[in-house]
Ligand binder design. Structure first.
Ligand code: NAP
Length: 498
């Protein structure tokens, strides 16, 4: 750390402390780069695994795969870990790899702007300003809860909260509860709260495809084995990885291969929902995989309980104690829980980062978000976005994508050191060509042609969220920082002399 004009200056500022921010910090230290801070707006680390504490919150990627490749956890208690266990794991990594002293908790980034004369980022936080040569964002795609603007919502006199901001002080027992949304979060908490509440009305706009969750406790013997033979856990992880990669064949290449998954989903639906009329309302009319495939073995059984209703008529208005729908019905409720997802394609951080010409990312992306290799953006020197555009996945672990990007960033830093340049900036033609190839590959995928609307698509209908192919292909695309794809900005004289 140095001080220039009274400001604290670092080689790198990392924003966010989810898997992305913590993973970046660990690898920076491993590379011997210690002049960095990690800014976090909340009072603790953890990102989505800190915030999503709703009952039943768990990962739908198997535990052995959902971890850093360099820090396998032989102690996972279940095949699909719960929120607390994953959060604990991230806390342990933060300590074990020496990241804790770099953390600046309660530091919300208000804006960050590139000062081209000084070749550095000015980062303004609620606790004052800092500068850095390099800015790495790890703010995640699922960090800003999205609550629909329903007429009358402000007049509601009961309790209202979003699944990502669960109100644990609100006792649900004996309540008449409305759940809005039937996505990955809702199908996890609905079975948990159903036994407690007096009545549960689930407002479904689009039914999801749901396949069984083959979850189980991992035995003491398995854990002991993994502890004694880490290579074995690596092998299990690899087997899970390649099994999951095979989904891409159906998603991206041959739709007929999705038929098997659809049959599995239909069979579960048939077995768990005997009532034909109810089953019809729960049956999707789009190709499986178009929206995220959900995994649950207890969602439909919960829906079938006598205190649960599924309403498919659209919500028109919320009254002081009720939810009104397009069919003219008004249902009395005293609690509303939004399971309505996140701001993904319109993420707020995009309006807080300003590049070389003073424009913010949101303005630059007014047409559509795009980044070079999902990580860098023309006009934004030395900005690296972890989980940037077209890096999301529908089938496997995001930690794999994050680790790919982190290696790419480290390679860029290595290049900066070797070349002596102050900054690198993606060349626009390289970025455009890369994104054209991504969109070309996206054209025939299930997310584009599967007949559904999803949060993967932006306002123009472009999928700027997902990576359209095998995750190992993304790793290959980010394996090496290619200087020819970048403009190098020379050091300013006083910095060159320093
Ligand atoms: P989501 O998948 O975006 O689901 C949102 C739900 O709310 C959908 O059913 C959506 O309906 C509905 N909705 C949105 N706006 C609405 C409105 N105005 N009126 C009525 N319904 C509305 O959100 P999420 O469940 O929070 O999950 C988000 C993502 O987080 C997941 O896709 C996944 O990537 C991740 N996640 C993962 C896990 C896990 O690993 N198990 C758990 C939770 C979340 P439509 O379908 O019609 O849009």
């Amino acid at each position: 750390m140095t001080r220039t004009s009274g400001r604290e200056h670092h080689r790198v500022i990392v924003v966010g402390t989810g898997f992305a921010g913590i993973g970046m910090a660990i690898r920076l230290r491993e590379r011997g780069i210690t002049d960095f801070v990690v800014l976090e707006r909340a009072g603790d680390i953890g990102g989505t695994w800190r915030d999503n504490t709703y009952p039943g919150a768990a990962c739908d990627v198997p535990s052995h795969l959902y971890s850093f490749s360099f820090a396998l956890n032989p102690a996972w208690s279940r095949s699909f870990s719960g929120q607390q266990e994953i959060w604990d794991y991230l806390q342990r990594c933060t300590d074990a790899y020496g990241v804790r002293p770099h953390l600046r908790l309660h530091h919300e980034v208000l804006d960050a702007s590139w000062d081209h004369d000084a070749r550095r980022w000015h980062v303004r936080t609620n606790r004052g300003g800092l500068t850095a040569d390099i800015l790495v964002t790890g703010t995640g795609a699922l960090s800003e809860p999205s609550t629909p603007d329903i007429p009358g919502l402000e007049s509601f006199q009961g309790s209202v909260f979003h699944s990502a901001q669960w109100d644990h002080s609100h006792d649900l027992s004996g309540r008449r509860v409305a759940v809005i949304g039937t996505g990955a979060s809702a199908i996890q908490f609905v079975p948990e709260i159903q036994p407690e509440v007096e009545s549960l009305t689930v407002f479904q706009r689009t039914p999801p495809w749901v396949i069984p969750r083959l979850d189980r406790d991992l035995t003491g013997a398995e854990k002991a084995l993994y502890r004694a033979a880490p290579r074995l856990q690596q092998l299990v992880r690899a087997a899970i990885y390649w099994a999951r990669e095979s989904y891409v064949l159906g998603f991206s290449f041959n739709r007929r291969l999705m038929k098997a998954a659809e049959l599995i989903a239909r069979r579960q639906l048939r077995r768990q929902v005997p009532d034909e009329a109810v089953r019809a309302t729960l049956t999707p009319d789009y190709t499986i995989g178009c929206k995220r495939i959900l995994i649950s073995s207890d969602y439909y059984p919960a829906i079938m309980k006598s205190n649960v209703d599924v309403v498919t008529s659209g919500i028109t208005e919320i009254g002081p104690r009720s939810v009104c729908t397009g069919d003219g019905a008004e249902r009395e409720v005293d609690t509303i829980i939004f399971g309505t997802g996140f701001h993904v394609t319109d993420m707020p951080v995009a309006s807080r980062i300003r590049g070389r010409e003073g424009r913010c990312l949101a303005e630059t992306w007014a047409d559509s978000a795009q980044a070079h290799r999902g990580t860098t953006v023309a006009g934004f020197p030395n900005l690296f976005m972890l989980v940037g555009p077209n890096t999301g996945l529908g089938h496997t672990s995001m930690v794999y994508m994050i680790e790919s990007q982190v290696s790419y960033v480290l390679d860029a830093l290595r290049h900066l050191e070797r070349s002596g340049a102050a900054a690198v900036e993606a060349r626009l033609p390289a970025q455009v060509a890369y994104n054209e190839s991504v969109q070309e590959r996206m054209r025939d995928t299930v997310w584009t042609t599967g007949g559904c609307a999803s949060w993967y698509l932006d306002a123009r209908g472009r999928n700027t969220t997902l990576w359209p192919s095998f995750s190992w292909q993304f790793r290959r695309a980010t394996r090496r920082f290619e200087p020819a794809e970048y403009v190098e900005h020379e050091r300013v004289p006083e910095h060159a002399a320093a």
